[in-house]
Write a protein that binds this ligand. Structure first.
Ligand SMILES: Cc1cc2nc3c(=O)[nH]c(=O)nc-3n(C[C@H](O)[C@H](O)[C@H](O)COP(=O)(O)O)c2cc1C
Length: 175
């Protein structure tokens, strides 16, 4: 299985957890990591290149810090531009059919805040539904996300363990 990780963080240089994840994931031959903000500092996404890359992989992972209950904006732009009619959807748009999609997300808030009665009210499963709905529409299988909660409370060991767990989750999850 070949895995493409699109890591989307506008300030990877000051990141704690997403940077650690990228460094760990890059050690594995089965996994290709692309940092979108580094690839496209001007945010001018090369749509054909992105589509050709996606076609080469079985599993695609969107990795990002949760920003306002969603992803940083370059991932939204990537979705808007790369998932074209006739390629990702429509009667001829089957390029991603049968492939798998996974999210790897970090949050500032702790897990207990992401539930009914918690200060964020909703679970990550609920908040990430637009990604799941997109996955459904383009014929991909949506795998359980990997979520690391409460980065601001994590120590170096927690971060290192999370990088190993994410790698295991990416390589060993099955639908
Ligand atoms: C613009 C912005 C929006 C954010 N929105 C949320 C949010 O909605 N929920 C949350 O739990 N954390 C939020 N955070 C905190 C980030 O998710 C957190 O700092 C990040 O996951 C830490 O990962 P990093 O060490 O890789 O930067 C936000 C941070 C920024 C800068």
């Amino acid at each position: 299985m070949k895995v493409l990780v699109l890591a989307v963080h506008p300030h990877m240089e000051t990141s704690v957890v997403n940077k650690a994840w990228v460094e760990e994931l890059k050690k594995h031959d089965q996994i290709t990591v692309r940092e979108l903000y580094k690839e496209y500092p001007d945010e001018a996404i090369d749509v054909v290149k992105e589509q050709q890359l996606c076609e080469q992989y079985d599993r695609i992972v969107f990795q990002f810090p949760l920003y306002w209950y969603s992803s940083p904006p370059l991932l939204k732009k990537w979705l808007d531009l790369v998932l074209t009619y006739g390629w990702a959807y429509g009667s001829e748009g089957k390029a991603l059919h049968g492939k798998e999609l996974m999210l790897a997300v970090s949050t500032g808030s702790e897990a207990e805040k992401y539930q009914a009665g918690g200060s964020n009210h909703y679970s990550l499963s609920e908040l990430l539904k637009p990604f799941q709905a997109t996955s459904n529409l383009i014929g991909m299988t949506y795998l359980p996300p990997y979520v690391f909660y409460g980065v601001k409370y994590a120590n170096a060991d927690d971060i290192a363990i999370s990088a190993k767990r994410l790698t295991d989750h990416i390589l060993n999850s099955f639908s």
